[in-house]
Ligand binder design. Structure first.
Ligand code: NAI
Length: 332
């Protein structure tokens, strides 16, 4: 099977080649992301493989179908970048990697929390300059604090366990998950009102878009910490900047950003950044941003490559694990 892998970086190519079987897998690696503009690159392919910021709308789906592609492989868990209804209409199979390492994302979430609290990003800059002054670096004990986990799926559950381990009281909001006696399940409104730290682990859907908006910030405790390692669109960034300016938001840790498609996964260090909202965000000392790297561990990358190749093999004999398939109704 011939698979075009869009938006490839060297680190992904190496892992895919490590796991590919040259007898079965004809992999073509492309640096370009898949979009309407790059459709002409699709020639003689059975399938395409994409990541989080490729744009697979109805036009792209129709174009892929016209070029004979019947399978789209997502080498990620989220699928908000694909028009699933259009894919269904064209009989396109979409397969993803629903779980590669919840630990990778959960551990990165913890790293953001602890770094922000103890201001490691600022302390590191100081000690490099032989400035050993502690002014402005005072943190707080996580032990005894109340932490809110929004979304109790694979990643949210790992984070909840870790916070328990630190001696925190954990509140959980999830409209679907079965209650777990180790944690207090509550409504989203109560969770944001009662917690010192809020961490987001629910998917981005039309109902969760800007889940954290100006009203949500208004309801939170003064000086709250907010961590988003899920999807950028969950947080209204302009409202977050307002909350940072008033001190309502005391700490903000982001691994995702709503307009990240134009920024992340590339070196823009010698460019002028046209996104004023992002540029403003970078000026706050209590904001720590990583560029969608929470998933990025060796274990997760191996799992992403092997599951994607297994999905490719499964398409040929109709044996893709049903849990890896994504359909139009996932949008509901
Ligand atoms: P999952 O599907 O196992 O769990 C998501 C949970 O969110 C489910 O239990 C669901 O019921 C719950 N949920 C849905 N709507 C909700 C709402 N309005 N309020 C509260 N809970 C709600 O997903 P998983 O694997 O835990 O991943 C969570 C998110 O993390 C993904 O949707 C993805 O966007 C993001 N992610 C980010 C990565 C990164 O590198 N930064 C890597 C992998 C995933």
């Amino acid at each position: 099977m011939r698979l075009l892998v869009f938006g490839t970086h060297a680190y992904e190519k190496d892992v895919f080649l490590k796991h590919a079987d040259p007898q079965k897998h004809d992999l073509v690696f492309l640096e370009a992301r898949l979009s309407a503009g790059t459709l002409p690159l699709v020639r003689d392919a059975d399938a395409v493989c994409i990541f989080v910021n490729d744009k697979v709308d109805a036009e792209v789906i129709a174009g892929l179908h016209e070029r004979g592609v019947r399978l789209i492989l997502l080498r990620c868990a989220g699928f908000n970048q694909v028009d699933l209804k259009a894919a269904d209409r064209h009989g396109m199979t979409i397969a993803r990697v629903p779980e590669y390492s919840p630990y990778a994302v959960a551990e990165h979430t913890l790293a953001l929390m602890l770094s922000l609290n103890r201001r490691l990003h600022r302390a590191w800059l100081r000690t490099r300059e032989f400035n050993f002054n502690l002014g402005g670096l005072m943190g707080f004990d996580f032990h005894g604090k109340t932490v809110g986990v929004v979304g109790f799926g694979r990643i949210g559950q790992c984070v909840a366990r870790m916070m328990n381990g630190l001696g925190c009281r954990v509140l959980v909001s999830d409209p679907v998950a079965d209650p777990d006696p180790a944690y207090t399940f509550t409504s989203f409104d109560e969770l944001i009102r009662a917690t010192d730290v809020i961490t987001l682990h629910c998917p981005l859907t039309p109902t969760t878009h800007h889940l954290i908006d100006a009203d949500a910030f208004a309801a939170m405790k003064q000086g709250v910490m907010l961590i988003n390692t899920s999807r950028g669109g969950l947080v209204d960034t302009v409202a977050a900047i307002q909350a940072l300016k008033t001190g309502k938001l005391g700490y903000l840790g982001l691994d995702v950003y709503e307009e990240e498609a134009d920024l992340f996964f590339q070196d823009l260090s010698d460019r002028v950044i046209p996104d004023d909202v992002f540029a403003r965000l970078m000026t706050f000392p209590n904001v720590l941003i990583t560029a969608h790297q929470a998933f990025f561990t060796a274990e997760a990358m191996d799992r992403i490559a092997t599951t994607t190749l297994t999905n490719l093999d499964g398409f040929a004999d109709n044996s893709i694990n049903p849990q890896n398939l994504v359909h139009g109704e996932h949008h509901a």
